[in-house]
Write a protein that binds this ligand. Structure first.
Ligand SMILES: [Zn+2]
Length: 129
């Protein structure tokens, strides 16, 4: 299988060594980072395809799936950022393809990460505190 992505190479292009460094995929979505590294299983794919709040966009927003229950819900009421919702849907589209390759996610991940670093970096900081 070729589902494993070279995630260590995915970084935002503006990787400056200043104090205000951009966050990496691992920092924003540690759970999904490890899932993508291992390769997605059937359940992971159905989470992505179902556009649930437990997809990686949901994780970035602090919904790590630790809540009891498992239900599919559109992200918008929880997230409040239309771009993030769109990213969630794009990930879902790729996950629904039967013949998807792990590398299909790479451009999406770096796009989402760039958006995250531009708009929502503070959220990750708050969650971690
Ligand atoms: Zn957003």
């Amino acid at each position: 299988m070729t589902n494993v992505i070279g995630l260590n190479v995915i970084r935002s292009p503006t990787d400056k060594s200043g104090v205000d460094q951009d966050l990496t995929f691992e920092e924003v979505c540690p759970v999904w980072f490890h899932k993508f590294r291992k390769g997605l299983d059937r359940r992971d794919r159905s989470v992505l395809a179902g556009d649930s709040k437990y997809c990686l966009v949901g994780e970035a927003w602090g919904f790590t799936g630790k809540q009891a229950g498992y239900y599919i819900a559109p992200l918008i009421p929880f997230v409040g950022c239309w771009s993030c919702v769109r990213y969630g849907q794009k990930f879902g589209k790729v996950a629904k393809k039967d013949d998807y390759a792990g590398s299909d996610f790479e451009p999406l991940i770096s796009e989402f990460l760039a958006h995250w670093n531009r708009e929502h970096k503070g959220i990750t900081r708050e969650i971690k505190r």
